[in-house]
Design a protein around this ligand. Structure first.
Ligand code: GCU
Length: 678
């Protein structure tokens, strides 16, 4: 095996099936490529590399009758253009791959309006070969549905990574700008291959130092590496930077000197990096400074920064992750309460970045009620790829399943079918700026993500940012084939494993709508007993509310009424436990332990059954994996094996800890299927 984990899903191992190999060789070995630019060089290198690997040939670039033509649309012969039926459908980042049959000289055209589009097209073309797809009738017309497809690195300047489980930050600030690590190039290439077009390099809990001239030089070096791959760099902006890095006495967004300071800062950055993307801001959240410190609003803060970057087409991503310990209101309600009144008040280059759920990247949460509630504001989705609450470094969890579930949810805000995906991609918004962010799971680990299957979550995020309606199953299959092998004896059972892995983690951590019952601080492992914390909304008891009467958070009108933040259709359905989907039951209701579930069993029984099922699902994952040895690089096989052992141990810990803890309140016996706990 080669299957070098460093190469991620871009495995170009030689095709073994002779007939398949020959057919590709005959169809595409004479390449026409006429791009004279850094992106053109990247494309040429990728073609060479993939042909050498997959087909074991050097492509011919000077043949008289090429059978693979790679060029931008403006350079295509009108006679060829006529044969491209859906050419008008592609946008500036889109591309087409079209087979044109001819008696003597059939050919495949890869074309796009821009070279960036062409790069995406080339990666998809190579993917077709990795997937062993037939090229003889290929006709792909594809464009991203979302404009800003960004990774968010929670990387600190000292190279620690907040909630990172894959080593240190890959940004070697100390040695930049002089030292350009190969990893920077490979990182850009991997991201380009899945359509990611931007990266926020620094933590949302930000350090103002990164805005200083010395760091701007370092940033410029990275931007120069990423540019040919179509990737823009962004930074997090610390709101108090004018005070911390300069001698201003205030950071009040309405103060003229402060406004000028940010304008000057933008000018300084753009002078070095003309395509700098803009700023991501966490303000007045978890102790971060912000406009509220000066009696100003989020709109004042965001618009001030927006004004500073607007002349350069920069954007501001202003996070809606706010909740205050001073407010007695249910934490799940606070972002909506605070942001909804601002709808339509932000400048055009501001996106409000909203986490997928109203609490915090739980194994399962209902979609955030802000989606659909601010039709006149571009809302950017924030997913977390790193597994802060989902087993960190050791659990195999295929997150595209979670992402898909959120994106498919119907908000009903503009009638039936108003899915979160349609809000994110701008279809249901009056504003056309669109974006999706994923908190990266990347570090200095030799395989980038630590857990070998963490790669699938990076890959899957990219696919969904490109098209939020892509199915998790397609993503799973493509990733497995591109990373390991096309053999269906591997792909089929492993697809099943991936697609079940997310439900497994929900079952053994937080079934039936339970949430935020992890250990304090690091959020790894169970901690339903956590109650003494600096803030009540950082405890577990705040969320599960278990007592002798029952368990769960009443968010209906008899409780916090967070439910009122959703559309009437959802309110109606979820206000009654009998019609609330089991998966959200204890998110919205506080129910007695002997509450009769849809299954006919008691709530207590179902809680126990779900914890037990989660453990058994991990056992099943182990059994499946055991059968995969012959298809997988031995190191990856062993590592995954050992990680699954840890996952099983921890799943049992979760089951035992939660059931023993909750039993104090339920005072009910465990069902027979729960093994004796010691
Ligand atoms: C969570 C996480 C923090 C992070 C925060 C955020 O609370 O635990 O580490 O800073 O989210 O998204 O801002």
């Amino acid at each position: 095996f080669s299957q070098n984990p460093y190469d991620l899903w871009l495995q170009y191992d030689k095709i073994e099936e002779q007939n398949v190999l020959n057919s590709y060789k005959n169809t595409i070995s004479n390449v026409f490529l006429d791009l004279n630019s850094p992106t053109g060089t990247v494309i040429e290198e990728e073609i060479k590399k993939s042909f050498k690997g997959l087909l074991d040939i050097e492509p011919k670039f000077d043949a008289k009758t090429p059978n693979l033509i790679i060029t931008t649309l403006d350079k295509l012969d009108p006679s060829i253009k006529q044969k491209l039926p859906e050419i008008s459908k592609i946008n500036d980042e889109g591309y087409l791959i079209q087979h044109i049959p001819e008696k003597k000289n059939s050919k495949i055209i890869i074309s796009a309006k821009t070279e960036k589009g062409l790069l995406y097209g080339v990666f998809n073309f190579i993917k077709q070969i990795q997937l062993r797809n037939d090229l003889s009738e290929i006709a792909i017309y594809d464009s991203p549905k979302i404009q800003k497809r960004l990774l968010n690195h929670w990387d600190n300047l000292d190279r620690s990574v907040e909630r990172g489980y894959a080593g240190f930050s890959i940004w070697d600030w100390y040695l930049l700008p002089e030292l350009i690590k190969q990893e920077y190039i490979d990182y850009a290439r991997a991201n380009a291959s899945i359509g990611i077009n931007g990266t926020v390099l620094t933590n949302v809990n930000s350090n103002a130092l990164v805005l200083s001239p010395r760091y701007i030089q370092k940033l410029k070096a990275l931007a120069d590496v990423f540019r040919p791959y179509g990737i823009q760099v962004y930074l997090t902006a610390r709101f108090s930077a004018p005070i911390e890095t300069d001698d201003l006495e205030t950071a009040d967004p309405l103060n003229a000197d402060v406004r000028q300071w940010w304008k000057n800062k933008a000018k300084e950055i753009y002078a070095e990096i003309p395509d700098f993307g803009g700023f991501l801001v966490k303000a007045n959240s978890e102790g971060q400074p912000g406009p509220n410190n000066y009696g100003r609003s989020h709109v004042d803060g965001a618009n001030m920064l927006a004004e500073a970057v607007a002349p350069y087409d920069g954007i501001i991503m202003w996070r809606a992750f706010v909740y205050s310990e001073e407010k007695p209101e249910d934490r799940a309600k606070q972002a909506y309460s605070e942001f909804k009144p601002f709808d339509g008040k932000f400048k055009d280059n501001v996106l409000v970045q909203v986490k997928n759920g109203a609490i915090d990247f739980q194994p399962r949460e209902p979609f955030h009620p802000l989606f659909g509630a601010m039709p006149n504001t571009p809302l950017m989705m924030e997913f977390q790829i790193t597994q802060e609450y989902l087993g960190g470094m050791s659990h195999l969890v295929f997150l595209p399943q979670l992402f898909e579930e959120v994106l498919e949810e119907d908000t009903y805000t503009q009638g039936k079918g108003s899915t979160v995906a349609k809000i994110i991609d701008g279809q249901l918004s009056t504003k056309k700026l669109t974006g999706m962010a994923g908190v990266a799971n990347i570090g200095t680990a030799k395989n980038w993500t630590g857990h070998p299957f963490g790669q699938a979550n990076w890959y899957g995020f990219g696919r969904l940012a490109w098209d939020p309606e892509t199915s998790a199953e397609t993503i799973a299959k493509d990733w497995l084939k591109m990373t390991f092998t096309n053999n269906s004896n591997f792909v089929d059972p492993m697809t099943k494993l991936l697609l079940e892995s997310r439900e497994a983690v929900v079952n053994y951590m937080t079934p039936l709508g339970l949430h935020h019952i992890m250990a304090a601080g690091h959020h790894q492992g169970p901690g339903p007993w956590v109650k003494d914390m600096p803030r009540p909304d950082w405890t577990s008891v705040y969320y599960h509310k278990a007592d002798a009467n029952g368990i769960g958070f009443d968010r209906t009108s008899s409780g916090s009424n967070a439910l009122a933040q959703y559309a009437p259709e959802i309110q109606k359905k979820y206000s009654d436990p009998a019609t609330t989907p089991d998966k959200y039951l204890l998110w919205f209701h506080h129910l007695p332990w002997d509450y009769k579930m849809k299954s006919g069993e008691t709530l207590w029984y179902e809680i126990a059954a779900h914890y037990q099922k989660g453990v058994e699902q991990v056992e099943d994952m182990q059994k499946t994996w055991q059968k995969m040895q012959e298809y997988v690089n031995p190191q990856v096989f062993e590592k995954t094996n050992m990680l699954l052992n840890i996952q099983l141990k921890e799943a049992k810990q979760w089951r035992n800890a939660c059931l023993l803890y909750f039993q104090q309140f339920s005072n009910m016996d465990f069902p027979d299927f729960i093994p004796e706990m010691t």
